[in-house]
Design a protein around this ligand. Sequence first.
Ligand code: MV4
Length: 588
Amino acid sequence: MAVFGKVLVANRGEIAVRVFRTLRELGIGTIAVYSRPDRNAVHVAYADEAYLIGGGTPAESYLDQAAVLDAAQRAGADAVHPGYGFLAENAAFARACEERGLVWIGPPPEAIEAMGSKIEARERMRAAGVPIVPGVTEPVSSAQQVRRLGDELGWPIAIKASAGGGGKGLKVVREPAEAERAFESARREGEAYFADPAVYVERYLEDPRHVEVQVLADAHGNVIHLGERDCTIQRRHQKLVEETPSPAVDDVLRDRIGAIAVDAARAVGYRSAGTLEGLLTREGEWYFLEMNTRIQVEHTVTEMATGLDLVREQVLIAAGEPLSLRQEDVRIVGHALECRVNAEDVGNGFLPAPGTIATYREPAGPGVRVDSGVVVGSEISALYDPMIAKLVVHGVDREHARRRMLRALDEFEIDGVKTLVSFHKALLTHPCFVEAGTCHGLVESELMAARAAELENGRSFSPDGVAFGSLRETVRSVEVDGRRFEVRLLRPEPAFAELARRRRERGRGGGAGGAGKDAIVSPMQGTVLAVEVAEGDEVEPGQVICIVEAMKMENEVHAHRAGRVTDLSVAPGQPVKTDQVICVVSSD
Ligand code: MV4
């Protein structure tokens, strides 16, 4: 007998398909919901039944609680799985499900709430004996208080939005003089995006690794951990590559942070799958950052290394079953790596690159898993997250997994939209990744963008193994006398420094004649929030020119040199495009 008759998945894309697959294995009927632009989406075709939701805009559909609940009722669903994003960490929605007699496949609403406020989460964790990053467990109310805390904790410090999470609203404050602006900016962001201006302060840890622990808790008091995931490779707090085990965690440290995570889950009465995010310092200290009360994008690496199905555990836990294994039965085997294949333009600051998928061929073979929700003809819409697929591999050790990933990336064929496939080839062949460094700054470097552009038409493997910075390889098919040959063209590759310089010059040059490399351009499409200089001002290198808001984050645009501000062409409230000239800084 199946534990539920039918389950509705309140989500779209790869995670909806991912959850449906497990439901089907469990003999449970699958119900999809979809927005108008998603009528032809893969998750809709996969499910047994599908319901159109959202009278509002398509972007709001999957957030329309009443519409989702109505669909559940119409379909006769027994339970709701929220996936990640959208309503996954919405305590009110979890309660609304339960009030309508629908089982919520997730944690108790009280646990979602406790962890949703990052300040409350810090206080709860501190009280439970969980190590938190040194700092406050109450809201900070003035810039003066920020300065005092900086003197107390030691500079630099981090200001974070209490309702933010995942680094949204994070401000690094290097010295007292920066406190005022960072404090105001963090509060503004909190208020604008989360309707909560509360901020808190932590010591800023330099060059940490992002190490998170997966936990499972059932309704019978059993709590276990499934080891850690290392998500250090990120860009603007978006994870790009995840792996398990962490190259920086040994068995002793794993037991220690695992036990901390289990204590933390117990302290909030947790149930279901959850993740304790933390920072690991070079000294081997692990500090709690926040808890994600949902299934995460990167849960797949843990599945590969443990052989478990985390969604299956979630469903069975929600049905009241005990965990399928005990802590001593958990085995972490080999090494798993995940690359997020987003429709993004690396050459243009990782801007989402919507479009229609024209060619699509997924890699396969030993140790390869692809979780996706697209086919040829699928529309990658600007309305939703640009992730096309997650490419996950498993190998006997990290180097095996890395090479397997490169092989799989070489097999992945996607046309019609720009993707991160070449970027991942560039990153995984870079010595910093090979040596398991933190690679801070590398991801956003010109070098990575240049290398990714080169790899766009070539393979990451050369006959001599990993090619990096020597010969550039392109493969061409030719036919000679009725026989087909693959010809490998090997040409010397220009030095990175030179390539990077040329890219930079191209990027800046576009504007008005004469402005040339003295022009300050917007690094992204967004809205100008504040202009910190006036026409004619003398500025120092690094001084803030203006603040551009894009994708719920404030970004400072800096002067690249000392000089005088002229041709200032933006004002607060005004939209700006990528590479649009903001002003010119020239020395007379
Ligand atoms: C930090 C930090 C340093 N000190 N907090 C928060 C959410 C996550 N996405 C990144 N976050 C950070 N929080 C304090 N007190 C540095 C980061 C951070 C980071 C951490 C690990 C690996 C990569 C990172 C990239 C940017 C910021």
